[in-house]
Design a protein around this ligand. Structure first.
Ligand code: COA
Length: 163
């Protein structure tokens, strides 16, 4: 009989500004600079102290291997960034961080979650699988390293109230 697949050994937990070095390391490794999707360190450090901002980390053996940054305003939550270290891609960590974002939003009474993503980003398959549907397009929203522009797609999902 085939042996069972190994279970991933990582934790998903809240992060703080103290984790910014590791978050930026994952950011720099995972986002291609040609698309202009990554945030700078000062953008991240500026937003972290603000009300409604949540940083969630995926860790293994103490190392941060993924993160999600989200903002909640009233009964809406936006996924601002999600990234996983490239050597861990396609092992389900991104989906777990996305599910965690949705669960936290639902638990805090959020009725609708949304996000924005570069048209053509493979993450779109992950968002669709999690129940997000396209709601709009922002032309030339992202600007890559060499000035090339890329459209952003906006996706949303309504959340039923939690029992
Ligand atoms: C998007 C990202 C977070 C996904 O993380 P991940 O841990 O690889 O995600 P999962 O393993 O849960 O994959 C979920 C699904 O997304 C889709 N997907 C993710 N990466 C893909 C790729 N490179 N090509 C095709 N499909 C992909 C697949 O449908 C995948 O499911 P499958 O592996 O069963 O086919 C990761 O690719 C990443 O860090 N990308 C760079 C940063 C980024 O673009 N973030 C999104 C915009 S903020």
């Amino acid at each position: 009989m085939a042996s069972p697949a190994p279970r991933p050994n990582y934790q998903v937990e809240r992060g703080t500004a103290d984790d910014l070095d590791a978050v930026m390391h994952v950011m720099d490794m995972s986002f291609g600079s040609q698309f202009g999707e990554a945030w700078t360190r000062s953008q991240c450090s500026g937003i972290l102290p603000l009300a409604g901002i949540t940083l969630v980390l995926a860790r293994t053996a103490g190392d941060i291997i993924g993160f999600a940054l989200a903002r909640t305003v009233a009964d809406e939550a936006e996924l601002l960034l999600i990234a996983v270290a490239p050597d861990r891609h396609r092992s389900g960590i991104g989906s777990i961080l996305l599910d965690d974002f949705i669960s936290r939003a639902q638990a805090s009474g959020v009725a609708r979650v949304h996000l924005e993503v570069r048209d053509g980003n493979p993450a779109i398959a992950m968002y669709r699988r999690a129940g997000f549907a396209p709601v709009g397009r922002r032309r030339d929203y992202y600007r890559g390293q060499d000035g090339e522009r890329f459209d952003a797609l906006t996706f949303a999902r309504d959340l039923p109230p939690k029992d």
